[in-house]
Design a protein around this ligand. Sequence first.
Ligand code: NAD
Length: 470
Amino acid sequence: MDISKFDSNFITQLVKDAVEEIMAENPEPVEPNYGIFDSMNEAIEASAVAQQKLLHSSMAQRQLYVDTIKKTVLDKQNLEVMSRLSVDETGIGRYEHKLIKNALAANKTAGTEDLVTEAKSGDMGLTLIEYCPFGVIGAITPTTNPTETVICNSICMIAGGNTVVFSPHPRAKKTTILLITMLNKALAEVGAPDNLITTVREPSIENTNIMMEHPKVRMLVATGGPAIVKKVMSTGKKAIGAGAGNPPVVVDETADIAKAAKDIVAGSSFDNNVPCIAEKEVFAVSCIYDYLKKCMKDNGAYEITDPAMVQKLDALVSNEKGKPKVEFVGKSAKYILGKLGIEVDDSICLIIMDAKFEDHLVQEEMMMPILPLVCVPDVDTGIEMAFKAEHGNRHTAMMHSKNVEKLTKMARLLETTIFVKNAPSYAGIGVGGEGYTTFTIAGPTGEGLTCPRSFCRKRKCVMSEMLNIR
Ligand code: NAD
């Protein structure tokens, strides 16, 4: 064919059309973003699309996604990488304890088995009451448990048929993005819808505000201090608030004192005291007080005996508002003592001192391995003081005693979500204790130990006068 007969504009258009046709059939490969978006609005819109797909997945598929999250976290290399980055980026906690906490979140968070259907059958027919998804959930996570909370929330929320948009603390940005990318990659491999878990590349308070106001976010979950819990509760949306604690320990004369000392040191020094459930102050009766202290020292506690040095310590680690200084949260006992000019070896994991009930270190949630001890005349005084020092958070408390009457008294008075008897605090989240785990313990809004059901709506399906077969 002699193409010179054709108009050049016509040929140009012909070639352009052909190129566009080929491009449409073979688009440039787009690099998957694995749930990480430039803007919060994009993260939420993608989550809403994913939730519609999840809604039409079978329960077996949902459980497969839950199992995939668990398996991905428990992969040795993944577990080590996320635990290491969490400590390196936030400067909080201990690597070897992060390994335990992340594995715990994967092993013991409840999945779809938690969603038990209720059935009412009678002359008027059959009614089913089922736990159904809320939709897109906006979850705010703390610096102290950045990976543990994402693992635990993702499992529970997806098991419940929800998708989740995370708004992490900016200081845990890299760690959260790494984990979410890991999880979405693994989920894609088993055929899950894209974007079951999303977040933003640059977390900020502004992005959290966008998330809280977005109409497609049907539920908000805040795991953190009092400010963020109050904020989500004032949005007018369904909110779950998992807030601060100040867990007290009471030790009476009936306890196995050597064991109590060992358990208290282990629980209080775990992950450098950042768990919200960790022992934060002790009330011990006078007749066993010195022996308890001696046994604690035998197990890695360092006692500061000089009251002036205790004051110096308090001033070092507290800011002008009396709150813990960020740079000391989750630091080791050795590091903190070093700043006071006290050199100790690696066997020291906790700093203890005599204290009075009204002392700042007793009353404030410090989240560092500093544990004040208050000597009380009798167990009833100890229980009363523990009640007051817990400040009505109704979060966590521990008691070491063999006196069932006093154990019951303390449990009833404090009304904490978790009450641990004769064990370290972490038994309350399933390390050396029975039951499922959670890293979102919702005292303020009352869900307590959150599980898939906590993130679901109860819906009713009624068949009148039929399907009852009795
Ligand atoms: P934090 O309150 O400083 O931050 C928690 C999250 O809220 C972060 O993502 C932060 O960016 C965000 N945030 C805080 N204030 C905000 C505001 N005004 N607007 C928007 N976003 C805001 O807490 P943290 O230091 O990261 O974590 C420690 C606290 O969390 C402790 O009080 C601890 O007891 C509590 N905590 C509770 C639980 C629980 O299950 N109850 C679990 C872990 C931690």
